[in-house]
Design a protein around this ligand. Sequence first.
Ligand code: ADP
Length: 389
Amino acid sequence: MAGKDIIFENVKKSYEDKTTVIENLNLTIKEGERLVLLGPSGCGKSTTLRMIAGLEDVTEGKLIMDGKVVNDIPSGKRGVSMVFQNYALYPHMTVEKNITYALSVHKVDKNDIKERLEQVLEILGLKEYAGRKPKELSGGQRQRVALARALVKRSDYLLLDEPLSNLDAKLRLKARKELVKIHELYGQTFIYVTHDQVEAMTVANRIALMKDGVLQMLDTPYRVYHRPANVFTATFIGSPSMNIIEAEWGGGERLMVGDQCLKLPQMWKEIVEKHGRTKLYLGIRPENLKLCPGHNSEGLNAEVEYVEDYGNRYGIYIKLGELELISMADSVFAGRGEKVHFVPDYDHIHLFDRENTNSLGYPAELEEGKEESNSFMQAILNESPKQED
Ligand code: ADP
């Protein structure tokens, strides 16, 4: 444990009306990392961030920062600065004044202020706007001033709550890259709240995925995408979502999907046997579901329902019994109503326990020699044309 780690120990948060928003949170945010709190709206991300900021009390448990329990330490003494979605700049002050105001109030040395100001203006490309008032700036520029204002404080922890959501898609993409660059320069601990999975995947060193106040998975973007801990994680990350297919282990190598049968390879057979559950979900990402023409007893037989043209790829919706699945493909060979089949690529399947929805784990063979690369990121960024809406 490093001194400046942030540690949630059995933290519970209830609001006055007694609704419990965070249940027993155990989470260590490592000093200097970019941790993204991700999850659907209302899952407790902002509440978690606001507890770190000292803007919300901790109802039960301990919150530790800088080696101390900070439950009763006021916000101003925690070494945090924050950037909110609805940042408020002082309208009557210039960009320069907006950025340096808090430093002057805290009587930081004038030369130091000047040096810090110049650095952030340079990094954020705001030099030529230093003398302007907020109303003379675009949304993106105002956002950068808010970020600059937080950065000049050089606090240990930078807390960002949906900081880019007011920007248009193109600017957001640029700002994401800038944020990562800034982090590499300053090395502060970044805690970043978003509901946007692409933003999370591209900004995070690690993602903490939450649902209904419960942490679902805490890991690198690579592992969250490729080794999801449960069905919620598997389907929340990636667009279109992972196909989730009800399956039943029939003993040995037989995996039944409805009345069709797949032959599990040895490595997966061992995983299923170790687990001993029969009611499962088979997960296959759309880009790993490769369709072949006609029906075939080797794989799962289906019919094409309809095809979406995304310009650079096709989304092919198929019907497997009552279930609708989607395959992402570079080309289309079959139209509506035509017969197709697929044999799962067993290096890229996922198995979950249908009862508790947790992953059964992955064969050791698939983990060996796997470098955590960013190449999968391209797949995520290319996935859906709707991503940047
Ligand atoms: P997120 O940031 O993930 O969208 P929040 O942390 O803002 O979620 O909110 C989590 C839950 O807590 C929501 O259901 C919200 O309605 C509730 N909540 C937030 N603030 C308060 C409050 N002051 N009083 C009561 N409930 C609140």
